[in-house]
Design a protein around this ligand. Structure first.
Ligand SMILES: Cc1cc2nc3c(=O)[nH]c(=O)nc-3n(C[C@H](O)[C@H](O)[C@H](O)COP(=O)(O)OP(=O)(O)OC[C@H]3O[C@@H](n4cnc5c(N)ncnc54)[C@H](O)[C@@H]3O)c2cc1C
Length: 265
């Protein structure tokens, strides 16, 4: 199938882009998800506002212990080291396992988060890293914690007149431990279960269990999971009786593997 007819706008300023979106235009980023939605006519917007020519849309700015990553930064750029330091190492490792390089060349971190596919990689990983989403609407900028940004399946905290402008994540110290494990039937496929654990010296470890057909489960203090992994992983997955037995078993394995990676000497 081919998309229904739509008009195309290429805003050059964020205020123009926000006005277009507020008047009903659909934002377009890398179109790796929007394209199929249009082709299948699951989305039939009258207008697409192509965000790719906005100032500061892509790129990373480091300031005061915070990395501000433009929404239009591609997975490929992150894979290739656009994000510096230990945070960048972690993010590059995640980016390189998203789909295939042609998808990563166009797909953006902001598009992925705004799309909010429960199985998407940044939907799982960004809440684990901690930080903030920067939303921009007619009333100006708004900051939303990444832990609560995805509110449902393909649903986010963005209002209908808002765009995701950037995400801010902390510059993590060198001694940080990171565990990330996802289960895909084939390389490049969307995950069926993802678990992440971040352990920063001097603070409680944070864990995320995601790709379970629901918003990510964010565990702000995952100390119990690190102390008694078997029992705690079993307790966590028992909260999802709606998942099949095999999926709960994989989720338990994912948590165990992510913790093992964090504890690896
Ligand atoms: C074959 C294939 C395999 C894939 N595998 C994976 C995978 O394994 N893991 C994974 O995480 N992802 C995967 N993806 C998704 C891909 O990585 C993209 O990140 C994702 O499609 C969305 O990013 P995009 O920039 O293309 O956004 P688009 O497709 O352009 O937009 C997606 C949605 O977000 C909205 N949007 C985009 N940008 C903004 C913004 N700044 N503010 C507000 N709304 C916005 C759009 O209106 C649209 O509704 C796969 C995609 C394909 C085609």
């Amino acid at each position: 199938m081919k998309p229904a007819v739509f008009s195309y706008a290429r805003p050059k300023s964020w205020s123009d882009a926000v006005k277009l979106v507020a008047s009903g235009a659909r934002a377009g980023a890398g179109t790796q998800s929007l394209g199929p939605l249009l082709n299948l006519r699951l989305a039939q917007p009258d207008m697409i506002a192509d965000l790719r020519h906005l100032p500061d849309y892509a790129g990373v700015v480091v300031s005061g212990g915070v990395l501000r990553i433009g929404a239009g930064t591609t997975h490929a750029a992150i894979e290739d080291g656009a994000v510096p330091g230990r945070t960048g190492e972690i993010m590059a490792g995640v980016a390189r396992r998203i789909a295939y390089r042609p998808v990563r060349n166009r797909g953006t971190i902001g598009g992925s988060l705004a799309h909010a596919d429960p199985a998407a990689d940044w939907v799982a990983v960004l809440p684990a890293l901690g930080g903030t989403a920067i939303a921009l609407g007619l009333r100006g900028e708004r900051r939303v914690p990444l832990a609560g940004f995805v509110t449902g399946i393909f649903e986010t905290a963005l209002a209908s007149d808002e765009l995701l402008r950037a995400v801010e994540v902390p510059t993590l110290p060198a001694g940080v431990r990171w565990g990330h494990w996802k289960f895909c039937r084939k390389v490049g496929e969307f995950s069926k279960v993802t678990a992440c654990v971040l352990s920063v010296p001097g603070t409680a470890p944070r864990a995320v269990l995601a790709a379970l057909d629901r918003p990510p489960l964010v565990i702000e203090d995952a100390s119990a999971l690190l102390d008694d992994t078997e029992a705690e992983a079993a307790r966590i997955v028992s909260a999802f009786p709606e998942l099949g037995e095999w999926r709960r078993a994989v989720a338990q394995t994912a948590l165990r593997k992510a913790v093992a990676a964090v504890k690896q000497p």
